[in-house]
Design a protein around this ligand. Structure first.
Ligand SMILES: [Zn+2]
Length: 450
């Protein structure tokens, strides 16, 4: 009896030891290095692409980029021939709200996987969330960051910081006094937001107090409103492009203070209604494969109710188009003056989709007068510069995270070709894009006023 017990104990101990010292599944399944070769490589820096280039990755990092005969390719590397394809950095959308709805009231939080999937499907590997429910976005960022749910890398601001009567109450902090600011900013720092977002209801005095408190905590302030006066108050970035004409003096001030600007031309275009003149963009696979059919149906009926039924709608949008044209002129002027611009969309918004939106933004940047390569730089390298993490991602070079896309064609010649995504590589792993498509069976299906 005693011996039997000892024997069982010994077996149990051996079994436990075996489990402890067996290589874990992740070790045994360690992915071999990958060598993508014979591709056109756009590295995100804005220079001429490398024709017939190669990129070697190991684990989650880029090992090397260059010509195949000049690279040290590990002998066990899997070779992937990409003749006729282009490799470019994963895209970053530096102005989103990861809450799924349109209007701030119908935020769809449980649907997070659907819109994280639509971002990945469209090749967006990084986002900056510029206003959300604090606890929700912190949790989402942590879950994605620790690999428990798939999604692009998330940076976040937490709530919109606004005056006493905020426009988006569910995702805002309302301030009634400057004296509330130091404690509030200290708390935001403690919970780990990446930036602070100031909204339009704040007085200049409040923005100044916010920027000073944020500076003491080592945080940067991004502002919603395109107000020139704010440039003197200690802010780091404007979250939207100016749609009023700006002067050379103002641009000099922005440059001297290192103030950056996020372009968000996509939301301007949708805001003036121009996007809805031709609805064929809803058939783009980047929208169609990732969006619930009811969402598209609702959008079409919203468009026909609010835009197409008005016989003057086209002429109204033509007048309003000047708003977009001014924003595009400012974009080109700021770019030429050397101000750091980063691409963002303000998705979700009617007509601006999480994922497809950044491709539309690229198109609008080219329409503004940037070359396709310059536009791509705004959604790659400059996006990383905006958030001061350019040593980690944004360009294709040795040591950076292996976040990149394989696209069919030449987006450096025709920006629309960024849409022809064939492969998304996120932190060294080739994603299964079929699994990222909208799947009604897996979606929570929340719908306001069903
Ligand atoms: Zn926004």
């Amino acid at each position: 009896m005693k011996e039997g017990f000892t024997g069982r104990l010994l077996t149990a101990v051996l079994f436990i030891l075996l489990i402890l010292f067996l290589p874990s599944p992740s070790n045994t399944q360690q992915q071999k290095p990958l060598c993508f070769n014979h591709a056109v490589i756009i590295d995100g820096n804005g220079g001429a692409p490398l024709e017939d280039g190669s990129i070697v990755i190991s684990g989650d990092r880029i090992e090397a980029v260059g010509y195949l005969d000049q690279l040290k390719v590990p002998s066990d590397a899997r070779m992937i021939n990409l003749k006729g394809k282009t490799v470019m950095p994963g895209l970053a959308d530096m102005h989103v709200h990861l809450c799924g709805g349109w209007d701030g009231m119908s935020t769809d939080m449980l649907g997070y996987q659907r819109y994280l999937n639509s971002l990945l499907y469209s090749g967006v590997t990084t986002v900056l969330d510029l206003g959300n429910n604090l606890e929700y976005i912190l949790q989402l960022r942590q879950e994605v960051g620790e690999g428990r749910i798939p999604g692009p890398r998330i940076y976040c601001a937490g709530p919109l910081i606004n005056g006493a009567d905020p426009s988006w109450p569910s995702i805002s902090y309302a301030l009634s006094s400057v004296h509330q600011i130091p404690k509030m900013v200290a708390r935001l720092k403690r919970v780990g937001v990446d930036v602070v977002k100031a909204y339009s209801g704040l007085s200049n005095q409040m923005v100044y107090a916010l920027a000073s408190a944020a500076d003491r905590e080592g945080l940067r302030v991004f502002v919603h409103q395109s107000s020139k006066e704010l440039a003197d108050l200690g802010i780091t970035a404007y979250a939207h492009m100016f749609d009023e004409d700006i002067s050379e003096d103002f641009m000099r001030l922005m440059k001297a203070k290192g103030i950056r600007c996020i372009t968000t031309l996509a939301v301007t275009e949708s805001g003036i209604g121009r996007r809805f003149v031709d609805l064929s963009f809803l058939d783009d696979p980047l929208v169609e494969h990732t969006t619930p059919p009811w969402f598209l149906k609702d959008l079409k009926s919203w468009v026909s109710r609010t835009i197409n039924t008005n016989s003057n709608s086209h002429s109204i949008y033509a007048q309003r188009e000047q708003v977009l044209k001014r924003a595009q002129r400012n974009t080109k002027k700021m770019f030429d003056s050397g101000i750091v611009l980063a691409a963002g969309t303000d998705a979700p918004h009617p007509g601006v989709f999480l994922g497809e939106g950044i491709h539309r933004e690229l198109g609008l940047l080219v329409e503004a007068g940037l070359t396709p390569l310059q536009a791509i730089t705004l959604a790659t390298k400059n996006a990383a510069v905006l958030i001061e993490d350019e040593k980690e991602w944004g360009t294709l070079s040795s040591g950076r995270l292996a976040n990149f896309l394989v696209v069919d064609g030449r987006p450096d010649k025709d920006i629309r070709q960024t849409r022809n995504i064939e492969m998304v590589i996120l932190e060294g792993k080739i994603l299964n894009r079929d699994k990222l498509k909208f799947d009604e069976k897996k979606d929570p299906g929340f719908r306001v006023n069903k």
